[in-house]
Write a protein that binds this ligand. Structure first.
Ligand SMILES: [Fe+2]
Ligand SMILES: [Fe+2]
Length: 296
């Protein structure tokens, strides 16, 4: 729901609405909003108007009062829920943000369930997510961005779920899907396109195998055309593929940490964003050999 605030509305309520609805739903023009939260007076409007009048709140539509709520101690959740249910046709009081959390959580759970675990009980996507967050912190990303990055990294290989099912159970279609590495990025993005709440994750899923020099797949994006999260996940994903015994497909088994870092250094500017690759290698070398998870 889109919302607009005037001066004078209690600050804690303003922050509460921002938290529940997301800052991106806040608008600066009262013409574009679903609901106007105002202090004392506001000209009658066809929008829902929520007037703070000291001890109580009036809720009005078209100049007519439809409800009055007293500002007792825990008024914020009921007031928000009332306004939201009114604006959204009384169908739901679940915010988009929460709905997204639930949908994304279910999908992440499925991925963890379907991937092979290592001795510590983590799967590839979980390890890539942990490493991406650690790297994101090092890059100075703010907490909300780190949360998003973790989610994107958890979902980066979502396209493998469908492909592995097809390879197992669908002999006629297996030929179409014989190039698993290429196809999982495309299938993942097609799959996520059916879940509107997760559309913003698509660029990471689709582009985490692009290369800085433009020779990657599926779209041959180059340099900064590749979204930042996809460039971050690409490095963490590669490192995990190289070093973990579950994902490693390299001759002679998994690489050591230092061997992997040397390969990433060599690939800076070819496979990876040179600036990010440099920072990643620096970060990994600064971590103690056996205590890689101590920061998170
Ligand atoms: Fe992948
Ligand atoms: Fe991966």
């Amino acid at each position: 729901m889109k919302y607009f605030f005037t001066q004078g509305v209690p600050k804690d309520f303003e922050e509460f609405v921002e938290k529940m609805e997301g800052k991106e739903s806040r608008v600066n023009n009262p013409e574009d909003t679903d609901v106007i939260f105002c202090f004392k007076e506001w000209t009658p409007s066809d929008k829902l108007v929520v007037k703070f009048l000291g001890e109580k709140v009036h809720i009005e539509k078209g100049g007519k009062r439809i409800a009055e709520i007293s500002l007792y101690k825990n008024y914020m959740t009921p007031l928000w829920a009332f306004v939201k249910s009114f604006v959204e046709g009384r169908t739901s009081i679940v915010s988009r943000k929460w709905a997204r959390k639930i949908v994304s959580g279910i999908l992440q759970g499925m991925i963890a369930l379907m991937e092979v675990e290592d001795v510590e009980g983590y799967s590839h996507s979980q390890r890539v997510a942990q490493l991406s967050v650690k790297f994101g912190k090092r890059l100075g990303l703010p907490p909300e961005e780190l949360e998003r990055l973790k989610e994107h990294a958890m979902l980066h290989d979502v396209g493998k779920i469908g492909i592995e099912q097809l390879m197992l159970y669908s002999p006629t279609r297996i030929r179409t899907f014989e190039s698993l590495p290429q196809d999982h990025t495309v299938l993942g993005s097609i799959y996520l396109s059916t879940i509107e709440l997760l559309w913003d994750v698509i660029p990471t899923v689709r582009h985490h195998h692009e290369r800085w020099d433009g020779k990657g797949f599926p779209d041959g994006l180059k340099g900064e055309e590749i979204p930042l999260f996809a460039r971050i996940v690409a490095i963490c994903n590669f490192y995990d593929n190289l070093t973990n015994f579950v994902t490693s497909e390299w001759e002679g088994g998994p690489k050591s940490k230092e061997e992997a870092l040397q390969i990433i250094e060599r690939e800076a500017g070819k496979m990876f964003d040179p600036n990010l690759a440099k920072k990643f290698v620096e970060m990994m070398r600064s971590l103690p050999e056996d205590g890689e998870d101590t920061e998170s």
